[in-house]
Design a protein around this ligand. Sequence first.
Ligand code: FE2
Ligand code: FE2
Length: 296
Amino acid sequence: MNCVIENLADKVERAINYLPPIPIVMDELLKALNNEDVDINTLVKIISKDPSMSMNVLKVVNSAFYRLPYQVSAVDHALRLLGLKEITMICIACGVYKALAPSYNAQTFNLDEFWKHSVATGIIAKRLCKELKIGDQDIVYFLGLLHDVGKVILDRVAHDIYAIVIQTTYDESIPLREAEKRLIGESHDAIGGLIMKKWRLPPIFSRVAQYHHAVPDAPEEDRTIVAMVSLADQMARVRFLGFGGDMSGIVFSDTDAFRELETASPAITEMDIVKFIWDLEEVDEEVIEMERLLSS
Ligand SMILES: [Fe+2]
Ligand SMILES: [Fe+2]
């Protein structure tokens, strides 16, 4: 068994090196954004070089998600309207989605369920951010959206075994990462952190992916934002299911994520968490819309 695990761990490491690189346009965009004097025209030129990226940006900008009162049909208009940070985040989401899309006919786990859980986590994280008045609402949604990408990679590397991993979480009521470690030797949080680094996304992306199941281990400066996504992840699993681990009977106020947020914003203790979760009805619609946009 150990030998099998070692081989798989090797395979995961090799697969990360062979995974499709992040689209060039995203790489250029992130580099340009590191330059403080970057102007909108430079960014428009970069995005416009990739027609499918431009199209995706416009689709997302015009979606129910942003509720704009009119149709936006040009990238520069979108940039002026939503700002550089928001548009870059949309490009990151579209780029990662594209890089992770399975090849034709490849067997995968239920990707629809996966993206639904991811979108729900992003939306809930953004709401928590607003409610608690901490963190950056523009970014936290996208951190939630991409927190679990390590699962897609593990499934791609070892699809048959990953199906057993998922089944084991239900049969034994254990957390997904425990089953992943036992059967594959690596867990999706560690793998997610590695891939974000490989893609050279802003460091907060790899930290959220790496520590969303181990909030106290996150570097101090990022711990609050990691806790916010972690709590949103657990709420998404209670509210919308999603796979991996039994969430029944969870007491949110006993979680590391809640305790971390409590120090950053005592307002969380005033929140009626049960009501907050059950009031998320309109999120259903946003989840379906965003999932459709990303996959089209
Ligand atoms: Fe996770
Ligand atoms: Fe998750």
